[in-house]
Design a protein around this ligand. Sequence first.
Ligand code: ADP
Ligand code: MG
Length: 392
Amino acid sequence: MHPKNLAIQTFQQKFGAPPAFVARAPGRVNLLGEHVDYNDGFVLPAAIDRATYLAFSPAASGETRLYAADFNESACFTPETLESKTEPDGKAMAEWARYPAGVMWALNRASLDTPALNGVFSSDVPRGSGLSSSASVEMSFGVAWQKLGGWEITPMRMAQLGQQAENGYVGVNCGIMDQFASACGEAGRLLYLDCRSLSWQTMPLPDDISIVVADTSIRRKLTTGEYNRRREACETAVRLLKEHLPGITALRDVSLEDFNRLCVTLPEEVEMRARHIVTEIERSRQAIPLLESGNLARFGGLMNECHLSLRDLYQVSCPELDVMAMLAQSIPGCYGARLTGAGFGGCTVNLVKNEHTSAFAQDLTQKYTEITGLQPEIYICRASAGAGLVEF
Ligand code: ADP
Ligand code: MG
């Protein structure tokens, strides 16, 4: 059943009446600008047409009662039980409930009212595969409390509060991109975000192009250490390059020319990591005129270059991601393919001409399974609108 209908039906069963409202918030995929958010770079995500749907009504009881239809689990909290991450009866809050509770926490800290609600939610954003199911859950609750609280903030502000929820309450160190894309998405458009100034704009994605996400089915645990080491290498690069370029505060400020001149002063590993960042930021700058003029062939070429850079310089790929990206690049109708997200497993993102998408998906699945023995998941997506209330 479609998650929207499941949320509505389950709401009726659990609360004995139809919901007053339904909120929708999409997942996202990033097309270019990988690992550059913490280097003040540019990212190019799109909200996708897979989303979390939250059916909700105001609750008179003062307690927010939630039901996660995809887990068949309920949870309950109030502003008073938030700090202790417990339910009113004292039991520990379920992990999934920390995302909505975190949103309440972040909104309250910003002095935004979060009236108690009864809610049921369900999602077709796959969990934990890098399409940001967590941000979609957060943004659906942001929309709900905005409606019931009677206040209004910009989608970007909502995204920031969602990020605070995830950083400060759930305890996950994510950047702003996920919540930003879920909150600010536009149908048929890519988003272009400057991670330093947070200014953003949209870019056209031609109607005849689909975003195809291919999940390797590989999940690597304990990648946080690798991630932190990459961040440290970037910081080291800035510190060392600062001796020659005193004005810089992030790798964003280093031109490719300066980098090529000064890279001999860096230890080898630091140089490799920083070269990925500097070239990736350069690629994302080049992407703008290409997208504006609809030159998907050259934009796809930048995606392919990005994969090689992530594989060879940033070293966050894995054999399954490499197989998936290389196979895709050789299939007709595919403009570009690369790993997306933090790496070490998860998904690739591919730009594919509409008329080729089914053949592409079949071909990719078959060849990937032949080589790896694994069964991939393929999601054919369209760029979609950001979070909001929907008709039902
Ligand atoms: P992702 O890359 O998908 O965002 P995360 O690990 O950041 O992966 O977030 C996944 C977590 O978000 C889940 O473990 C769960 O706690 C919460 N979540 C996501 N989708 C749902 C859902 N449909 N129902 C309940 N909780 C969800
Ligand atoms: Mg997440």
